[in-house]
Design a protein around this ligand. Structure first.
Ligand SMILES: NC(=O)c1ccc[n+]([C@@H]2O[C@H](COP(=O)([O-])OP(=O)(O)OC[C@H]3O[C@@H](n4cnc5c(N)ncnc54)[C@H](OP(=O)(O)O)[C@@H]3O)[C@@H](O)[C@H]2O)c1
Length: 230
């Protein structure tokens, strides 16, 4: 991989590019036309360099925050990095390798209204963190993760979770892989469900390239509202 910005470096290691993680970093891949998945999964957009970046970002994180939809759709497996799964329903496949094979014990973040039977099943295979009544209060959830020593959160999507993080003003950094594909179709973008008034400006921190993939690291800046109001 070579770095194009802020300085030209060839080669550069992903671990160098993505050092000094902020409190909450989001990592997503998108096609050049904005699709976040192909046939319901993101794998069709990736490549070897993207996988390297994925692993470098995980290595720099204390915990991976992920939506239950992504865990189900992408068939998440066990990980050395702690996985914290956000689920309102608390309905996950408790017999899946993620919960039964060796790896860091996952955390399930759910709400008071989730069925007690599911919460009891979750407690057998994971730590259960309650944050909110009907909807996971992500600010509270991130606060509880920090209190457990997880200071650097890597959010891996999907779009619904990203929308909730954006709406809560919790995203400090976006690591976006721009995949050199035009996929068409009706796939979602990388953020869904957040009202447009929560939009944020981004400031480019670094840009790298390999095999026509672009690896863009953005700091999340101020709300666009302040500009509109001014
Ligand atoms: N391009 C990429 O980099 C990338 C990355 C990740 C995923 N994806 C793709 O994105 C798709 C999945 O995204 P998605 O938006 O459908 O799902 P998602 O964001 O992964 O998960 C949505 C689910 O997470 C839970 N959730 C999220 N926010 C919540 C909140 N504030 N309170 C309570 N529960 C909350 C709910 O779980 P319950 O249903 O259990 O209540 C909700 O149904 C898949 O196609 C996947 O392949 C792409």
């Amino acid at each position: 991989m070579r770095q194009l910005f802020p300085a030209y470096l060839d080669p550069v290691q992903p671990a160098e590019v993505y050092a000094d993680p902020p409190a909450v970093r989001v990592n997503m891949i998108s096609s050049a036309d904005g699709a976040a998945s192909v046939d319901g999964r993101s794998g069709g957009l990736g490549g070897p360099a993207d996988r390297e970046v994925f692993h470098a970002l995980r290595a720099a994180a204390d915990v991976v925050l992920v939506g239950a939809g992504t865990v189900r759709d992408e068939g998440y497996g066990p990980s050395k990095t702690v996985l914290a799964i956000v689920s309102r329903s608390c309905h996950l496949d408790w017999g899946a390798p993620l919960f039964t094979r060796p790896g860091a014990r996952p955390i399930v973040i759910t709400v008071a209204t989730a069925p007690e039977s599911e919460r009891a099943r979750a407690r057998e295979v994971a730590d259960v963190l309650m944050a909110g009544e009907d909807t996971v209060d992500l600010r509270q959830a991130v606060g509880e993760l920090t209190a457990r020593g997880h200071h650097h959160v890597l959010a891996e999507g999907g779009a619904t979770l990203n929308g909730a993080l954006l709406a809560a003003g919790l995203i400090d950094e976006l690591c976006l892989t721009l995949s050199p594909h035009l996929v068409g179709g009706a796939s979602r973008r990388i953020v869904a469900g957040a009202p447009s008034e929560v939009s944020r400006d981004l400031v480019l921190r670094s840009a790298c390239e390999e095999d026509s993939f672009l690896f863009l690291r953005y700091a999340v800046g101020s709300s666009n509202d302040s500009r509109k109001g001014g």
